[in-house]
Write a protein that binds this ligand. Structure first.
Ligand code: DAK
Length: 262
């Protein structure tokens, strides 16, 4: 967690890691170096048991991530495009399917790859100044970091179709209305709100949190019967843990539980 990154600022506050994407001159656009750094940071966080939740945001006041880096992509050969896409899918997969919860704190522009990055997170808190959208169609391409797959799962197929085909942007209030953002905050309160929720989740037993995240993810990937079958078995496994015994004992003794993550 003490590692330095060229394009990220990573800090730890208690059990919460805060990752800021830090290329403000390019409105935090995602280039190859951002993907390299994000992959390394997520792997370091997964390996560090002192980190139990993550907040992902953009440096500066204007932008979360204004998309994949158009200047870099403009020179891509087809194979560059494949490499960039594969790296992106790997990184976004580490966020979406990794063991630790990740909250996107969307502080400004979240366009193209920015909306896609936020969608890869477990849920989204947005500043009143946030702007979301998938404008790839206006550049002659299609969303390549999961936007055509994760946006319909978040807001429904028809709403996602309109946003993908028009490239229209939506503000924070509309993002809240369609279920893209969970909460909208004044800009100066956004990070504190995301950190507060992350700290709350981090206060629970890490195994229960990881299994619960996996189970909820199954709900959109698997058929119901399979998801239910795994859910009940996961419950059975958690019944063997210290944290289940402690959580229930603490309730009955009317005190705060002391979870140990096993
Ligand atoms: N890439 C590179 N630079 C960017 C950028 C971007 N996406 N967005 C902004 N910048 C740069 C600008 O070029 C400008 O640089 P300088 O001219 O100062 O050197 C600086 O950031 C400030 O931007 P503006 O001067 O434009 O600022 P404004 O306030 O006037 O406008 C804006 C802000 C966010 C509305 C505007 O910058 C804008 O429209 N940006 C582009 C938004 C966009 O189209 N985003 C989607 C990009 S496409 C794939 C996987 C994923 C993807 C593709 C393929 N594979 C599987 C291979 C994803 C594609 C995308 O995300």
């Amino acid at each position: 967690m003490s590692q330095e990154y060229e394009t990220l600022i990573v800090e730890q506050e208690g059990s919460v890691a805060v990752i800021q994407i830090n290329r403000p001159k390019a409105l935090n656009a995602i280039n190859t170096q951002v993907l390299i750094d994000l992959e390394a940071a997520m792997r370091a966080i997964h390996a560090d048991s002192s980190v139990k939740a993550v907040v992902l945001t953009g440096a500066g006041e204007k932008s979360f991530v204004a998309g994949a880096d158009i200047a870099e992509m403009s020179d891509f050969t087809p194979l560059d495009g494949v490499d960039f896409g594969n790296r992106g899918q790997r990184v976004f997969g580490l966020i979406a399917n990794g063991p630790k919860p990740v909250i996107a704190a969307v502080n400004g522009f979240a366009l193209g790859g920015g909306t896609e990055l936020a969608l890869a997170c477990d849920f989204i808190y947005a500043s009143e100044k946030a702007i979301f959208g998938l404008p790839e169609i206006t550049l002659g391409i299609n969303p390549g970091f999961g936007g055509t797959q994760r946006l319909p799962r978040a807001v429904g197929q028809k709403m996602a179709m309109e946003l993908v085909l028009t490239g229209d942007k939506v503000d924070a209030a509309e993002a809240l209305r369609i279920g893209l953002a969970n909460k909208v905050c004044p800009p100066e309160e956004l990070l504190a709100a995301a950190k507060k929720t992350a700290a709350k989740i981090a206060s629970y037993g890490a195994r229960a949190v990881t299994f619960a995240k996996e189970n909820v993810n199954h709900s959109t990937e698997w058929e119901l019967e399979r998801g239910l079958a795994v859910e009940v078995r996961v419950f059975g496994v958690l019944c063997s843990t210290h944290d289940k015994a402690e959580g229930m004992k603490a309730f009955l003794e009317k005190r705060k539980p002391e979870f140990k993550d096993y």
